[in-house]
Design a protein around this ligand. Structure first.
Ligand SMILES: [Ca+2]
Ligand SMILES: [Ca+2]
Length: 388
């Protein structure tokens, strides 16, 4: 009797397990459309070293106008309207491109950045500047630096674009000399490369078989796959008093504090990555994106994988050809640009590098073979070099 009871219980359990297996084998109806399923596909190839796969999806890009009329987060007009965007997946570099990485590119190819060469009027005219207005003595190799010795007594922050008072075009400033002649990157090989313009970034990434992220790809990645986040790590700037990225503490530009540990660039990966494993996706240096900048782009941008407008227009400087930059830098703070917000947009003359602008690369499925071929070429060069 006792034994038969056990058999009965055992039989019932067996029937339940069998039923469960049958239920598990019946596929659950997938409510997603075919295009949504395709967009959220897993990585089609093994993920390259130093990159992460960002699974595609749909998200709401940009910001809604501020609920609080005081606009404490300093949302800007060019971030509106918030709009739906769908992106296929892509791989993204986990970190900004470093001086060490850029140095290898220069060693292998002999590449010279724009800031290292004496520009001609014709060169400068490409960014929309009237070459005839440029005096002869301004045609020197130079780049833009933050002026640490600006006159504090005459600084006027009430005029538009007041920030120009603290910037200067410095002859001799380039990626090897971030503050100009006499400065060096010797102890900063793991810092992001700076003083690279948009074309320099594209040249490096071409060599790597990568490309610049589109603005949508950058924002989607920064927001951990398009989540509703003010910052890549959440909605509080300093959760529990912890600094989450390299930005400026104190009243910009008068009061410069290094409470987060860094006055200028920091070694990449000095702060925690976001959930996707992306480091410095906010802060440290601004990062070039593929897209031309137009302040009004979001009103009419395509919803499928937008790649930016066909030309640029910045109402602050009409006529100058600008590309998008994202993520903010060590010079951003609460009383100026708040560029470390996930939706904050910035723009830069595509020919001008600065002391706080760098970049990182992405690869997509269509570009994967080109990426592999470029990497094979670099690997072969490294082997040859090691034999010398
Ligand atoms: Ca800092
Ligand atoms: Ca950054």
């Amino acid at each position: 009797m006792h034994g038969r009871g056990l058999w009965l219980i055992g039989g019932a359990v067996f029937v339940m397990i069998a039923a469960l297996v049958v239920v598990m084998l019946i596929p659950l109806p997938d409510s997603r459309s075919e295009s949504e399923k395709a967009i959220a596909a897993p990585a089609p190839h093994p993920t390259p070293d130093g990159m992460v796969w960002i699974q595609g999806g749909t998200f709401r890009m940009g910001s809604d106008p501020p609920a609080n009329p005081q606009n404490p987060d300093r949302l800007r007009q060019d971030e509106f309207p918030r709009h739906k965007v769908q992106l296929p997946g892509y791989w993204m570099d986990v970190a900004e491109v470093t001086n060490a990485q850029f140095a290898e590119f220069v060693e292998m190819t002999g590449y010279q950045t724009f800031a290292e060469k004496t520009p001609t009027r014709k060169d400068l005219a490409r960014s929309g500047i009237d070459g005839s207005l440029i005096p002869e003595d301004k045609l020197v190799a130079a780049s833009v630096v933050f002026k640490t010795d600006f006159d504090k007594s005459t600084l006027n922050r009430d005029i538009p674009q007041w920030e120009y008072q603290v910037w200067e075009v410095k002859p001799g400033a380039d990626w090897r000399h971030p503050e100009g002649p006499g400065s060096s990157i010797e102890k900063r090989m793991d810092h992001p490369v700076v003083h690279v313009n948009w074309e320099d970034a594209v040249a490096y990434l071409d060599w790597q078989g990568k490309r610049l992220p589109t603005e949508a790809e950058f924002e989607y990645a920064s927001r951990n796959g398009g989540k509703e986040l003010l910052y890549p790590w959440g909605n509080e700037r300093e959760p529990g008093g912890t600094f989450m990225c390299n930005y400026w503490q104190g009243d910009f530009p008068l009061d410069r504090k290094d409470e987060d540990g860094f006055l200028t660039t920091s070694p990449v990966k000095s702060f925690k990555p976001n959930e996707l494993g992306l480091y410095d996706i906010s802060g440290n240096v601004w990062e070039w994106c593929h897209d031309y900048f137009r302040a009004d782009y979001y009103a009419n941008s395509p919803r499928q994988a937008p790649r930016g407008p066909d030309d640029s227009h910045d109402p602050d400087e009409p006529g100058i050809v600008k590309r998008v930059q994202r993520g903010g830098s060590y010079l951003c703070n609460t009383n100026s640009c708040t560029g470390y917000r996930t939706t904050a947009r910035m723009k830069g003359d595509f020919l001008t590098g600065t002391c706080h602008t760098g970049f990182r690369g992405v690869v997509d499925a269509a570009g994967y073979d080109r990426f592999r071929a470029a990497q094979d070429k670099i690997a072969a060069w490294r082997v040859e070099k090691s034999k010398k």
